[in-house]
Design a binder for this molecule. Structure first.
Ligand SMILES: Cc1cc2nc3c(=O)[nH]c(=O)nc-3n(C[C@H](O)[C@H](O)[C@H](O)COP(=O)(O)O)c2cc1C
Length: 396
């Protein structure tokens, strides 16, 4: 199927059967509360816990002003591999008497509106995966923006850009066959005209919402640079006015969402960190310096001051120190490490006894600061625990 006409404008599609029975575009966007703040999809970050933390800043009556995305999931693995799916998406309580008892992801009372994002290059796998999450979310999003090497290797994300026909088929399959809307997140291309034709193709395929990240595929790592909000404004001005468009890129702090929406004319902005109580970032940093230090710890005032960031920015960056996590029971050393710790203690006690007896015989080194056996024991156990807990944090 040719997705675009020769002049780059997308061909209109016939109204599919499923699409006719579900809301589409602006009507759909309004039905979920016209969210303006959007928690961006982030692999290994925007899971249930992060969404809950972010949503916790919004009063219950305004929950629908915040839309959240899941991290990107791999459609084929999600469709075929039960373990992969169970590890990433837990919508109903396992071993519950009622199989459909809502649990974490997409729980209607605490985790909506929610879009589940997939990467895919096969419409059938994408549909199979999307059907599994459809009862628990508001829309399924196709990731067309991932610029990483793994996406190049797996041929998904921004590496589908050159295959506009496949992009059309992926989106259109969900548009026709899925009971809930489909949306897509793209990156800009090198010219306004090419980006506009791309956006039109995505919309003509049936995407209800178009999210545009204002950077090109090459803009990553040291080439990241800033996002091009002018390009987003060009799209906004040249796409049909009823198009729902989310802007993404350069939104680093609270006030940036409003600046971005003003500059681009978009409906919503994707943020990585949620702002608090309407205070500006500058207000929060100023207040931070007026606060008394108090005890050290994760997200403590001294830690925030060192980072020069409010706690909500500090939190995702600073993980609890192993000893703090140990004290809270969040992590435990493995049996192997505990055993190593015990062996170490025994060895230490043996050495201490030998030292004590040699000192009693008058041949000990003068001034040597040997810890009391009880202290050494504690030190060693702590050390073993610390090492084990660090390993767990790294592997987690
Ligand atoms: C840790 C991390 C993981 C990300 N994972 C995804 C993802 O799974 N899907 C996606 O579309 N974008 C992903 N992104 C991109 C963000 O959704 C967003 O587009 C980007 O961070 C915005 O750029 P900005 O920093 O200029 O605001 C990720 C970004 C980060 C920092």
């Amino acid at each position: 199927m040719a997705a675009t006409q020769e002049n780059g404008a997308a061909k209109p599609t016939s109204t599919p059967s499923t699409a006719s029975s579900k809301l589409h575009g602006r009507e759909f966007y309004e039905s979920i509360g016209k969210p303006k703040f959007i928690v961006a999809p982030m692999v290994d970050q925007s899971e249930f816990a992060w969404r809950m933390l972010t949503r916790s800043f919004i009063p219950a009556s305004e929950q629908s002003s915040l839309l959240a995305y899941t991290p990107m999931f791999h459609a084929r693995l999600f469709a075929q591999d039960d373990k992969y799916r169970a590890a990433h998406f837990q919508a109903v309580r396992p071993a519950s008497e009622s199989k459909e008892e809502p649990w974490l992801d997409g729980n209607p009372s605490i985790d909506r509106p929610l879009f589940v994002q997939f990467c895919a290059n096969d419409p059938e796998y994408l549909l199979e995966a999307a059907k599994k999450v459809a009862p628990y979310c508001d829309a399924v999003d196709l990731n067309l923006g991932c610029p990483q090497g793994i996406a190049r290797k797996g041929r998904y994300g921004a590496f589908l850009q050159e295959d506009q026909d496949l992009i059309f088929r992926l989106i259109n399959t969900l548009h026709r066959e899925l009971p809930i809307p489909v949306t897509a997140k793209i990156r800009i291309l090198e010219t306004e005209e090419k980006t506009l034709a791309y956006a039109r193709n995505v919309l003509a395929a049936g995407a209800s919402i178009l999210t545009v990240h204002g950077r090109r595929r090459e803009q990553k790592g040291h080439l990241t640079g800033t996002a091009d909000w002018k390009m987003l404004r060009f799209l906004r001005d040249n796409l049909p006015p009823e198009t729902v468009m989310f802007a993404n890129g350069n939104i680093l702090q609270g006030g940036d969402v409003d600046k971005c929406l003003e500059a681009t004319g978009a409906d919503g902005g994707l943020i990585e960190y949620e702002r608090t109580g309407g205070k500006s970032y500058e207000d929060e940093v100023r207040e931070l310096y007026e606060k008394e230090d108090g005890p050290e710890g994760e997200s403590s005032v001294p830690t925030q001051k060192r980072c020069k960031r409010p706690w909500w920015v500090v939190q995702p960056i600073i993980r609890p120190l192993p000893s703090e996590a140990m004290a809270k029971g969040a992590i435990r050393p493995s049996k192997k490490d505990l055993k190593a710790g015990e062996n170490g203690q025994q060895q230490n006690q043996k050495e201490e006894k030998e030292k004590e007896s040699s000192q009693a015989n008058g041949d000990g080194a003068k001034g040597e600061t040997t810890p009391h056996p009880a202290v050494a024991e504690v030190q060693l156990t702590e050390q073993a625990k610390e090492i084990a807990s660090r390993d767990e944090l790294v592997s987690g």
